[in-house]
Design a protein around this ligand. Sequence first.
Ligand SMILES: Nc1nc2c(c(=O)[nH]1)N[C@H]1C(S)=C(S)[C@@H](COP(=O)(O)OP(=O)(O)OC[C@H]3O[C@@H](n4cnc5c(N)ncnc54)[C@H](O)[C@@H]3O)O[C@H]1N2
Ligand code: MOO
Ligand SMILES: [Mg+2]
Length: 596
Amino acid sequence: MFFSMSDRCSCGQAVDESGPNLAKEILKKKLGIVLEIKCIPDEQKIIELELVNGSSRADIILTTGGTGFSPRDVTPEATKAVIEREVPGFPLAMLLTSISKTPYAVLSRSSSGIRDNCLIVNLPGSVKGSVECFSTISQTLRHAVQLLRGRNDHGSSLTSKSKVSTSNVADRPRESEWPMIPVAESQDIVMRNILVSTKEEVPISLNLFGRVVASDVSSVDPLPPFRASIKDGYAVLSSDGKGSRKVLKSLTAGMSAGGDLVLSNGECVRVNTGGPLPTNADAVVQVEDTKLLKSSSDGEEIEIEITTAPKPGQDIRPVGNDIGLNEIVLNKGDPITPIELGLLATIGITNVPVFRLPKVSVLSTGNEVVEPGVELRPGSIRDSNRITLLSLLRGHHFPTYDLGIAKDEPDDLLSHLIKGLESSDIILTTGGVSMGERDYLKAVITEDLRATIHFARVNMKPGKPTTFATCCWNGKMKMLFCLPGNPASATVSFHLYVLPALRAIAGFQEPFPKTITVRLGFDIKKLDVRPEYRRVILDWNQSDGIPLAKTTGDQISSRLMSWREANCLLILPSNTEVKSEIKKDELLKGLIVGPI
Ligand SMILES: Nc1nc2c(c(=O)[nH]1)N[C@H]1C(S)=C(S)[C@@H](COP(=O)(O)OP(=O)(O)OC[C@H]3O[C@@H](n4cnc5c(N)ncnc54)[C@H](O)[C@@H]3O)O[C@H]1N2
Ligand code: MOO
Ligand SMILES: [Mg+2]
């Protein structure tokens, strides 16, 4: 994250060059991702506020400017006011570099420190000075972040004895402590916190199906690898024109190329579609354009007549006609569908560079939740969420780990979560995230796992208590999506948050569901106070080409039947004084979430 301190830039009188320039350096050196570049006036309180906000989101904040002697240069003062621990080494290292270039370097007042496990470093304001100083410290930044993340990382030391208190229900908050944020903002937060995509080499196999290519892939062999016939017929010399030919032999598909065979005038060789040709043959005549003149007693062709004069090149596929040697066949970012797999199989490579797939654990929570197929005892309900989510993940080719069902008890939740952290990159849970007296999940992930909850309430129906957190476990970042227990809600949140995040990590360049325009096929008498994601079935059989959205019935969050056959989430606005209903035939936006 970069903050450039400048009154002139912040009010638009000048353009900030240092921030964007350093961002380029970061990307060039592949040091990380740049969350934000911001221009801030030289006002100490404003800078402090931005540093406080930024430090809750970023691993590093680099500031540029405001470190000199002018009365309005207050960046070091703002930094010192917010940091919890000073890091004097960075300003010292930068000073040592700069002073070897100019004695005026001693006039810099740069500061550096740590707040909220985020490193803040003041750099000078000039493009040249900021790059110089940044280069001095850049090689240590990655290690610094690892050390800071490690402070929150106690994976190996944690036991499954939770610290969360289960007493004093009377003390529970009567209002959620979490702000309700808009869907777009929450999706943004998830995308800013996704795990870094990494590459791996995967041998040509069905395991590549559904993956995304991580760097351009070129052919090692041309296709066809030899000059090949396009027809079943005879390889000839076109200069011989039409008329009779002596049939030398047969060169059928799979035989070694006919390089050693040379035709003389008046000769031909029988060839097959896709088969090799004699070196000097320059045309193929299909069987249909020939007549048999003479054959042997054992049924072999001896002489044929060509009825139409062949043209040079006729029915011959030159070497590399379909795929040239070293031709780029797939580009970085291309999803591997059956066709891409076919292409990869044919071009002579053995391994394909693809983005690694994150492994996802799925956990159901709830004292009432029992395995499918078992007899219900009073108050129990069968687990439908876990199998739905596991199969959705499988349908999108993500490797999964089944964590089973955890009781609404902190120790049990914690031990299941630890198993998930040890076996996967991402954990999906359902249930236990609302206001219930046994909804302990958020407390366990913050107090025991010391995870950071980024949001825990979203203004949407269904899916309001959707919770997203990240934590560091044995040196690795993990993502936790705690979805509501209601089955329709869990699945809507899966499509809006989980799947886009997984797809982004897996390299998909367009990870979100496609938005289309649909025509409402029924009346909506009363809009909800929250923006709503209605499960609908699209009927494409419409004269104007706009699909008709057909209802799936009652949309109560518990009703999984509202997802039956649904392939679209209709986006309904929230109820306002101006608009409280929507009439049939109105055009609305919908998200494609199933086969259409
Ligand atoms: N006082 C409030 N109560 C509720 C609020 C609220 O804001 N204030 N929000 C409601 C909303 S919205 C939702 S959604 C639910 C979400 O609740 P939880 O995530 O805490 O889920 P549970 O309470 O554990 O379960 C809700 C519901 O779902 C059933 N369930 C749970 N797991 C499964 C499963 N694996 N398979 C099938 N069904 C499952 C569970 O039995 C409950 O019926 O909270 C509202 N309450
Ligand atoms: O938000 Mo809840 O998911 O309405 O049932
Ligand atoms: Mg609950």
